[in-house]
Structures are given as structure tokens and as C-alpha cells.
Design a binder for this molecule. Sequence first.
Ligand code: NAP
Length: 310
Amino acid sequence: MSVTIGIAGITGKFARELTSILLKNPHVAIKGYCRDPSKVPQSFTSKVSLVKGDAYDEPAIRSFVAGCDVVVCCYLGDPKLMEDGQKLLIDACAAEGVPRYVASDWSIDYTKLKLGQLFPKDPMIRVKAYLDAQDKVKGVHILVGMFIDGFFGAHFNVYDAATTTFKYWGTGDEIWEGTTYRNAAEYTAAICLDKDAVGILKLVGGQSTFNEIVALFERVYGVKPKVDRQGSLDDLFKLMNEKREKDPKNIFSYLFLFFQYYMIEGTTDIGPELDNDRYPQVKPVSWEDYLRMVPKDQLPTAITKVGQNV
Ligand SMILES: NC(=O)c1ccc[n+]([C@@H]2O[C@H](COP(=O)([O-])OP(=O)(O)OC[C@H]3O[C@@H](n4cnc5c(N)ncnc54)[C@H](OP(=O)(O)O)[C@@H]3O)[C@@H](O)[C@H]2O)c1
């Protein structure tokens, strides 16, 4: 049995991890779609059938999805790309008879959000509705929580490596659901090969509270971090909305505050029931496993290494 898997946005971090895992399977053929083939890792180029095109090039997209058993979208970009770019891929899948489409999600459970609540997820809500209305193409939505690799990065503003300080909102007892990029790619590879996997799939590496993550940090690295409470969840909600109202164009002044809020506020929790057991061949990587894998001094930059060693 041979399976052809199409990966749109094959140059991205997640796509590189996914491709490298799938290439180990001799029964898998991979088609990749990207706008700049020179960014595709050398190790892939002889093994992947590449189609060059931008996200709105309909003939190129049709030729990319043709013959695929499943198409995985790994785009990450502006709202137009995430909505219109994905709809074009879905339309092409319908036209070419591709039975499954894995949406570019890998997220907290955005399906419980209303439009406008966590604005970067609005395109995903619309794309899910678009897929739900299809009769030929079945949508696959993979929920993993946050990518653990990003938690310790400076942009996320939870961990300050220079002073070994963790900053948090709320009580510290809210649960952070997280999965590493690599682990999410392992689950996604298993889903690509499981033709019965459709709809929402919940695959989470670890569920730990902020206080537990801090305790794990101390246990694993033997260093007691400082902990700095920023305020309540209501304070965070107020601050993120104030920043957005004051300077809406300066998205990065409030984007990660929105993500922090919805990560722990409860609405978008994925668990407690997960689908991990459906794929026993994949070992979930917990917060503790991650900390044991990554040296302390590499935590802040670990996300920049994702997809580089493939
Ligand atoms: N849960 C989390 O914490 C979390 C965090 C990050 C990402 N994610 C999700 O993971 C998925 C992949 O993210 P990633 O981190 O791998 O993203 P990434 O490394 O930034 O890769 C994004 C991909 O999208 C392509 N792309 C961007 N703009 C494009 C455009 N206008 N036209 C065509 N292609 C375009 C890029 O192509 P070029 O190389 O040509 O730019 C690249 O292949 C997304 O679904 C994202 O929502 C989840």
C-alpha cells in the first residue's frame, strides 16, 4: 500500500518536521508546495515531488493536490492566507478527488471560541465551517495546545532567561496544554496514514500547571527560578484589550497576551479526554520530557532550531 501525502507550505518549521518523519516510511510518497523551492532542505529535494507556486495560484495548486490521498496545510501567515489560501487548497482537493484535508491548526481548542475572541484563530473557525459544509473532502483538525518549544522564547514573555524569572498571570494553577513541534508532527504523520482519522483529533504531549512547570524547571536544572505574578486573569484581559484598542496595528504588542489568556482561561481546554491512545506508536512528550531534552541555556532559542536538523 502506498500513500501520497501533499504538504502545502513545506518550507515551514512544522512542515519540515512532518516531512522528515514521513520520509522514513517507504510506503509514503510526498508532494510539496511552496513559493520558493530554494528554501526546501537539501535532504528533501531528491525525495519530494515539488510544485512551485504562491498561495493563490489556482492551476499550480490543482497540479499539487492531484493524486494525493491527503493534503496537509502547514501555512502560517496573514488572515487572508489562512482563510482564502486554505479555501483554495480545499476547493482543489474537492475538484481533484482528494478525500482528506488537514487544516493548518495545531492549536488550542479554537472550535469553542466565537469569532473575534482570539482574533488569529478567526480564519481557522471559518475554514472549519467551510470544511464542515463539504461533501467530498473531509476536514481533519489537530488540537495540540501550544507548541512547548515556544513557551520559553523571549517573544512569549513568560520566561526571562537573563534573570531566570518566570512571569505569570492568574493563580499559577491553571493548566498549560502543550506539545512539542516534533511530537505534534509525529502524531500528524500517524493521522496522515490513518485514513479513518477525520474531524477533531486531540493529541497533547503534556498538561501541567504553571506552578508545576516551575517546579519541574527547578528539579531538572537544579536552579530555583524567580517567580513574578503579573496580576489576575481579569487584569490580563483588561491589559490585552487596552493595548489592542490603543494601537491596533502594533499586533505584537498584544498578540501573545491574547494567546496567554486563552491558553489558560479554560474555554479552549482540549482535555481531559484525548485521542493519544489511538496512536500508541507515538510517545507523548510532556513538559518534563521536554525540559530533560533541552539544556537550560538553549530554552530561549529552541524554537529557532525547529525544522533545521532534518
Ligand atoms: N500551537 C502553537 O503554539 C503554534 C505555534 C506556532 C504555529 N502553530 C501552527 O503550526 C502551523 C505551522 O506553523 P509554523 O510555525 O511551522 O510556521 P512557519 O515556520 O512560519 O511556516 C509557515 C509556512 O507558511 C508559508 N507561507 C507564509 N506566508 C505565505 C504566503 N503568503 N504564501 C504562501 N506561503 C506562505 C511559509 O512559506 P515561506 O517559507 O515561503 O515563507 C512557510 O512554508 C500553523 O498551523 C500554525 O498555526 C501553532
